[in-house]
Write a protein that binds this ligand. Structure first.
Ligand SMILES: [Mg+2]
Length: 167
């Protein structure tokens, strides 16, 4: 582990060996979770695609029946965020600057839940998991969507970032 790894050790509440659609909703419900905040890029949608895959959409509808849902993204394009919000028909907030907790706490206020009743789901340890942890929420680290193809250099940095994780 490198020097940064000693400074920050992140333990997601749930480490999923798969993408968002592999999350077991029964487990989350059993553990008292009532709201889910999703990361956008690579977690529920391929970056810049603006559209969700059929598989992810089906899973998201199952989740919507049982949990309050929202999306918190670091994406800075307001038109894109608005487009995604209309496509998904749920609250989607951009410019989050995760690991800042600001927008996580704003969603918490909207959900009217306690922080420990909310799970943050994302593919990035240093933004999604760290931010969720700092907000006192449960965290779910997933792999990027199976339906995406990523360049080798991105995969390399993903592996590097996973050095921060202890399960
Ligand atoms: Mg992401």
């Amino acid at each position: 582990m490198n020097i940064l790894g000693y400074m920050v050790v992140l333990r997601p509440t749930y480490l999923i060996d798969g993408d968002v659609t592999d999350i077991d909703l029964d487990t989350l419900a059993r553990d008292g979770i009532k709201g889910i905040i999703f990361d956008l890029d690579s977690t529920i949608m391929a970056p810049r695609s603006g559209r969700i895959t059929a598989e992810a959409a089906t899973w998201l509808e199952l989740a919507r029946n049982r949990f309050q849902l929202a999306v918190v993204s670091n994406n800075k394009s307001d038109p894109y965020i608005k487009q995604v919000q209309e496509h998904l028909n749920m609250t989607v907030l951009g410019r989050a600057a995760k690991p800042s907790t600001k927008l996580f706490l704003q969603v918490l206020e909207m959900f009217q839940l306690r922080a420990d009743q909310v799970a943050v789901v994302g593919d990035r340890p240093l933004t999604d998991v760290w931010g969720g942890q700092r907000a006192g929420m449960k965290t779910v680290l997933v792999l990027p969507l199976k339906t995406m193809n990523e360049p080798a250099w991105i995969l390399f940095f993903r592996k590097l970032e996973r050095c921060f994780i202890k399960s």
